[in-house]
Write a protein that binds this ligand. Structure first.
Ligand code: GPK
Length: 837
C-alpha cells in the first residue's frame, strides 16, 4: 500500500540525514528554536505566519547543509559546469517544494501538528517569488528543479528584483497594477553573501594604449555599481544534490564618489548613491516586448557582468589555461535577454586576459548555447545610441564581431547585399540597433526551439537565412514542466492515487512511468477514486472562487479554465465570444432543452502588460460579460463566468488541479510551445486547443480522440490571412459567420455596456479595421464545434474519466526532466555529478 512506499522513501531519505536530524522531534525542536531566536517570538505564543517563518528557517538550515556538501563535491570533482543565464525566474512558493524534495514532508507535518498547527495552513502564509512574467520564467524555475534532481553540476544566474511582477487588482472590472514588494516580510529562502560582490562598470570612454609594442583598446569606465550575491538553494528530489540560483542585487559602490566627498558635497553624494540601487529594483512587466529602454539595458549588463566575473573567477581557481574553457564551462542564454554576455566574454578575454581576438572568438563560439522562446521575427533590439553611451567598448566589440561575420559571409554567399543586410547583427536605418537574436545565433553553437513546430518555423521562416548557413546549429528541445511542482506539490490527492495504483513513487523522478496508469484504464475502483480526487480539487477551487468573487458555483458544472498572460494571439477574446454565444443559445432554449445542458463555470485569469490597452479591454469585457450573465436569474447554474484576479504560480497550483477542461486558443503558428497545456495534462484535465506549439506533440502522444482540437492548422493560417486581405476592400458581412457577427454586434452595441470603450477591441477582429489578424472570425465555427464535443463527452463520465486518465498517462514526455536530460546530453555536454550520502 501507500504507507509502505512512503516508508521506503523515508528510509531512503533518513539515510541522507546530515548534521541535522529529520525526525519529527528534532524538527520540532528546531522549529521552536527558530520561533524563539530567529523570529523572536515566545515559543508559547506564535501564529501561523510565525510558524511559517520558523519552519522555513528550519528547512533552510537543511538546505544549506546539502548545498554545502554539493558544492564541496563539485569543487573536488571539477566537472564541466552549466551556467543557466536568465533574467527571469518564477519560483512561486518554496516551502512545500523544499520539504517534498528533501523528503521530510510527513515529519514536518507531524512536528507542526504536535505544536497545534496544520502544514497546509502554514504553507499558505508564504508569498510568491515572482521574478518573472510568464511561461518563459516559470520554465526556468522548472528547469532548475530538474537540473538539481538529475544531479547536474549547474548554476542558475538571475537578478534579485526588489519588486517582482506587479500584483493585479481589479476595480470595477478594470486592471490596476500594484507594486509587489515581496521582500517586505523577509525571505528565508535566500542567503545574502555580503562578501561575494563584484564591481560593475558603466559609461566612460575607450582609449588606445601601447602594450608590448601593440596597440590595445581599454575601457575607462565612468561609473561603478556593486553587485551583491543572494544565493537561493534549489534542492533536487531523491538526491542530496542542492544547486544554487545566484541572484544579484545592486548596491552603491564604496568607491562610488570619493570626489563628491572631497569637494564637500556630502548630502548630494549620498543621494546619488541611491541611484545605483535602482538598477535591480524592478522587473519589466512587458511579456515579450523589451525595446530600447536604458534602465533595461543597465539591468542586462549589470546581470551579465556580475555573473561572468563570478564564473571566470571560479574557472580561474581551478584552471590556468583558457583553452580549457569550452571543456569546463557551458553558458546558456535563456532567450536573447542575456546576449550581451557574448560581447562581455570577448572583452574579458581580449582586453583583460590579452588572448588576442581570434583565439578569444574561437573560444566564445564553443561555450554559448541559446534558446529562443518566440515565433516572432522582430525580436529584441538595442539602440546603438544607448550602447554608445552606456557601454562604449562593448559597442566596438559588437561592431567588430559583425564586421568579421559579414566578411566571412561575403566569402560564402557573395556580395548579395540584401541578404547580408538581413543577416547583419547591426540594423541600419532610422534607429540603428543591435539585433540580439542575430548576435546569439552567430555566436552560439546551438540554437534551440521549444517545440517541434517552433523549430520548424525557426528553420523555414524566422531564421531561414541562418538555417541555410548553419543547419547543424538548429535543434528542438520541447519544453517540459516539473511533475514535482505540478503534481506532487499542487495535487497531493492525485499524487497519492497515482502512487497507489502504480505501486511506486518512482514516477516522481521518472515521469515515463506514468504510462503505467493505462493498465488500469477500465478498472471501476480506479475510476471512482480518480473522480473523487477531481471532486475534492473542485471543491477547493469553488471555495476560492466564492471568496475571491462572491460567485457560488456548482460542483456538477464543468470547470472550464483559461489562465495565462492576456495577449491577442492567445485569443481570450475567442473564449469570451464563445461564452456570449453560449449565453445566447441558453436564452433561446425552452425549459426541456435546458435540462439537458451541461452546466459550465467559465474561469479566466491572467495579467495584461500595464501598457497593453487591448489586453486590458479584454479583461474589462470579461468582467462586463460575467456581470450580465451571472445576474441573469434565467440562467442560474447553467453558466457562470469568473475572472480570477492576480493569477500567479500559487493561484495556478490551486486552479489547475480543479479544472475539468482547459483552453489553449492561440492562432496556430503563434505559441512557441506553451507549458500551461502540459500542467493541465498532468492534472487529468482535458484540453481544448489549437494545433499550435507543443500541443501538436501532445496530440501525437495521447491521440486526437483524447482532447478537443479545433481551428486552422499552421499551413492554413497563411492562406486565410491572404484571403482575408483580398476581401478587404468591401466589407462583406455575408462572409462573416452569423453567430460571430451577432456576438460582435452585441458587444459593439453596448449589450454589456461600455460600448465606446469596447469599440477599438471589436475593431481588432473586424474587416477593414484591425483585419482580424488572429483569425477569430474564421476559427469561430470550429471552436464552437469543439466546445460542443466537450459538452457531449462530459455527459458520458466514463468516457471523460478515460480521457482524463490517458492525459496523465501520456504526460511523462512533457516532464522538464526529459527536456533537461536532452539539453545536458546534446547541447551542454555535461554529466551528472551526484553528491554521495
Ligand atoms: C516567450 F518570447 C517569450 C517571452 O518573452 N515570454 C514568454 O513567456 C513563452 N514566452 C512562450 O510564449 C511560450 O510559448 C513558451 O512555452 C514559453 O515562453 C517557454 O518557452
Amino acid at each position: 500500500g501507500l504507507g509502505e512506499h512512503r516508508a521506503k522513501a523515508e528510509r531512503m531519505f533518513s539515510l541522507m540525514d546530515g548534521f541535522l536530524k529529520n525526525d519529527p522531534i528534532s524538527l520540532q525542536k528546531d522549529i521552536l528554536h527558530h520561533v524563539e531566536y530567529t523570529v523572536a517570538r515566545s515559543r508559547f505564543s506564535f501564529d501561523d505566519f510565525e510558524a511559517y517563518q520558523a519552519l522555513a528557517h528550519t528547512v533552510r538550515d537543511r538546505l544549506i547543509e546539502r548545498w554545502h556538501d554539493t558544492h564541496i563535491y563539485f569543487k573536488r570533482t571539477k566537472p564541466k559546469r552549466l551556467y543557466f543565464l536568465s533574467l527571469e525566474f518564477l519560483m512561486g512558493r518554496s516551502l512545500s517544494n523544499s520539504v517534498i524534495n528533501l523528503g521530510i514532508e510527513d515529519q514536518c507535518a507531524e512536528a507542526l501538528n504536535q505544536l497545534g498547527f496544520e502544514f497546509e495552513v502554514v504553507a499558505e502564509q508564504e508569498g510568491d517569488a515572482a521574478l518573472g512574467n510568464g511561461g518563459l520564467a516559470r520554465l526556468s524555475a522548472c528547469q532548475m528543479d530538474s537540473l538539481a534532481t538529475l544531479d547536474y553540476p549547474a548554476w542558475g544566474y538571475g537578478l534579485r528584483y526588489e519588486y517582482g511582477l506587479f500584483r493585479q487588482i481589479i476595480v470595477d472590472g478594470f486592471q490596476h497594477e500594484k507594486p509587489d514588494y515581496w521582500l517586505n516580510f523577509g525571505n528565508p529562502w535566500e542567503i545574502e553573501r555580503i562578501h561575494v560582490t563584484y564591481e560593475v562598470k558603466f559609461y566612460g570612454t575607450v582609449e588606445e594604449v601601447e602594450m608590448n609594442g601593440e596597440k590595445q583598446k581599454v575601457w575607462i569606465p565612468g561609473e561603478t555599481v556593486e553587485a551583491v550575491a543572494y544565493d537561493n538553494p534549489i534542492p533536487g528530489y531523491g538526491t542530496r544534490n542542492t544547486i544554487n540560483l545566484r541572484l544579484w542585487a545592486a548596491k552603491p559602490s564604496s568607491k562610488f564618489d570619493l570626489e563628491a566627498y572631497n569637494t564637500g558635497d556630502y548630502i548630494n553624494s549620498v543621494v546619488n548613491r541611491q541611484n545605483a540601487e535602482t538598477i535591480s529594483n524592478v522587473l519589466y512587466p512587458d511579456d515579450r516586448s523589451h525595446q530600447g529602454k536604458e534602465l533595461r539595458l543597465e539591468q542586462q549588463y549589470f546581470f551579465v557582468s556580475a555573473s561572468l566575473q563570478d564564473i571566470m573567477r571560479r574557472f580561474k581557481e581551478e584552471h590556468t589555461n583558457f583553452d580549457e574553457l569550452p571543456e569546463k564551462v557551458a553558458l546558456h542564454l535563456n532567450d536573447t535577454h542575456p546576449s550581451l554576455s557574448i560581447a562581455e566574454v570577448m572583452r574579458m578575454l581580449v582586453d583583460e586576459e590579452h588572448l588576442g581576438w581570434h583565439k578569444a572568438w574561437d573560444i566564445v563560439c564553443k561555450i554559448f548555447s541559446f534558446t529562443t522562446h518566440t515565433m516572432v521575427t522582430d525580436g529584441e533590439k538595442i539602440p546603438v545610441e544607448l550602447l554608445e553611451n552606456l557601454l562604449p567598448r562593448h559597442l566596438e566589440i559588437l561592431y567588430e564581431i559583425n564586421f568579421n561575420f559579414l566578411e566571412e559571409m561575403k566569402k560564402r554567399i557573395g556580395l548579395d547585399y540584401s541578404r547580408l543586410a538581413l543577416l547583419s547583427i547591426v540594423e541600419e536605418g532610422a534607429m540603428k540597433s543591435i539585433r540580439m537574436a542575430n548576435l546569439a545565433i552567430v555566436c552560439s553553437h546551438t540554437v534551440n526551439g521549444v517545440s517541434k513546430l517552433h523549430l520548424e518555423k525557426l528553420k523555414t521562416k524566422t531564421f531561414k537565412d541562418f538555417y541555410g548557413l548553419y543547419p547543424e546549429k538548429f535543434q528542438c528541445k520541447t519544453n517540459g514542466v516539473s511533475q514535482r511542482r505540478w503534481i506532487v506539490v499542487s495535487n497531493p490527492g492525485l499524487r497519492d492515487l497515482i502512487s497507489k495504483w502504480l505501486g511506486t513513487e518512482a514516477w516522481i523522478r521518472d515521469a515515463d512511468l506514468l504510462s503505467g496508469l493505462r493498465d488500469h484504464l477500465d478498472n471501476a475502483d480506479f475510476h471512482l477514486e480518480w473522480k473523487m480526487v477531481k471532486k475534492v480539487n473542485k471543491m477547493r477551487l469553488a471555495e476560492y472562487i466564492e471568496a475571491m468573487s462572491g460567485v457560488k458555483v456548482s460542483l456538477d458544472a464543468m470547470f472550464d479554465v483559461q489562465v495565462k498572460r492576456i495577449h491577442e494571439y492567445k485569443r481570450q477574446l475567442l473564449n469570451i465570444f464563445g461564452i456570449i454565444h453560449r449565453y445566447n443559445c441558453l436564452k433561446n432554449m425552452d425549459k426541456d432543452s435546458r435540462r439537458k445542458v451541461v452546466p459550465r463555470v467559465c474561469i479566466i485569469g491572467g495579467k495584461a502588460a500595464p501598457g497593453y490597452e487591448i489586453a486590458k479591454k479584454i479583461i474589462k469585457l470579461c468582467h462586463a460579460v460575467a456581470e450580465k450573465i451571472n445576474n441573469d436569474t434565467d440562467i442560474g447554474d447553467l453558466l457562470k463566468v469568473v475572472f480570477i484576479p492576480d493569477y500567479n504560480v500559487s493561484v495556478a497550483e490551486l486552479v489547475i488541479p480543479g479544472a475539468d477542461l482547459s483552453q489553449h486558443l492561440s492562432t496556430a503558428g503563434n505559441e512557441a510551445s506553451g507549458t500551461g497545456n502540459m500542467k493541465f495534462l498532468m492534472n487529468g484535465c482535458l484540453l481544448l486547443a489549437t494545433a499550435d506549439g507543443s500541443t501538436v506533440e501532445i496530440i501525437e502522444e495521447i491521440g486526437e480522440d483524447n482532447l478537443f482540437v479545433f481551428g486552422a492548422k499552421v499551413h492554413e493560417v497563411e492562406k486565410r490571412r491572404q484571403k482575408r486581405l483580398s476581401n478587404l476592400a468591401p466589407l462583406q458581412p455575408a462572409k462573416v459567420p452569423l453567430h460571430f457577427a451577432r456576438v460582435l454586434r452585441m458587444v459593439r452595441d453596448g449589450y454589456f455596456g461600455h460600448n465606446d470603450y469596447f469599440k477599438s477591441l471589436c475593431e481588432t477582429v473586424e474587416f477593414g479595421f484591425g483585419n482580424d489578424y488572429y483569425l477569430l472570425t474564421s476559427d469561430f465555427g470550429s471552436y464552437l464545434e469543439a466546445q460542443a464535443a466537450a459538452d457531449k463527452a462530459f455527459v458520458n463520465q466514463d468516457k471523460w474519466t478515460r480521457m482524463s486518465i490517458l492525459s496523465v498517462a501520456g504526460s511523462g514526455r512533457f516532464s522538464s526532466d526529459r527536456t533537461i536530460q536532452d539539453y545536458a546530453e546534446s547541447t551542454w555536454k555535461i554529466s551528472p555529478c551526484r553528491c554521495p550520502l
